[in-house]
Design a protein around this ligand. Structure first.
Ligand code: VGL
Ligand code: ZN
Length: 214
């Protein structure tokens, strides 16, 4: 039974970071991350316009614990732009870990937006880096193409999905997060906090079954 949320030609689906390092066996594996792949493959059949995001760090990126003396993964550091969580080395440009998972099947994706390539700034959001000012260019792309509503799926709910959704709202788009096509890392209370932040900002939380094909 299709849902009541009719997909239109001005809707954009964003598939966030379905890369080997975020999937089981990867360097920064999101629990049950692979469960979202069949759902995403189904959802992409409904959307006329799809973009992918790809976390894309240089070696020795400043967000890697290994680049910060005496620090371990999931510690935090103060940076010029505020507090930054430190991660295991992941999604290094050109490596297997940075590649999209082999079961993700989206030949019709129209854009791949890479993020996290500035050595000194991490980027969770697909719109703006963690300094909250360096743009990725995605906002301009979406405006030029005339999309109005952004539907977000992928990994991780509490990091890249959350900040992408919050920035989509901040840039004047409507944002929907398809909950059953996302999974979180959940450090501390980060997953509950993410949903609270998103709901407060006006992000709509939906399920795959809410969608109806155009
Ligand atoms: C992500 C942590 C570090 C994500 C990316 O895709 O959510 N999380 N880099
Ligand atoms: Zn990253």
């Amino acid at each position: 039974m299709p849902g009541s949320l009719q997909v239109t030609d001005t809707d954009l689906l964003a598939v966030v970071d379905i890369q080997n390092d975020f999937l089981p066996g990867g360097a920064l594996a999101v629990p049950e991350g692979d469960d979202v792949i069949p759902a995403i493959n189904r959802i992409t059949c409904i959307f006329p316009h799809i973009i992918l995001t790809q976390d894309w760090h240089p070696e020795n990126h400043s967000s890697f614990a290994s680049s910060n003396a005496g620090k371990k993964p999931y510690d935090t550091v103060a940076t010029e732009y505020g507090e930054q969580v430190l991660w295991p080395d992941h999604c290094v440009q050109g490596t297997h870990g940075a590649k999209f998972h082999k079961d993700l099947h989206i030949p019709g994706a129209q854009l791949i937006i890479r993020k996290g390539f500035h050595k000194e700034i991490d980027s969770y959001s697909a719109f703006v880096e963690n300094d909250r000012k360096t743009p990725t260019g995605l906002g301009g792309y979406i405006r030029e193409r005339g999309f109005k509503r952004i539907f977000i799926t992928g990994l991780a709910t509490d990091f890249c999905v959350q900040y992408t959704a919050l920035n989509a709202i901040g840039q004047g788009f409507k944002a929907f997060v398809i909950e059953d096509a996302c999974r979180g890392i959940d450090i501390g209370n980060s997953l509950d906090d993410a949903w609270r932040n998103m709901e407060r900002a006006g992000v709509t939380r939906i399920a795959e079954s809410d969608l109806a094909a155009p």
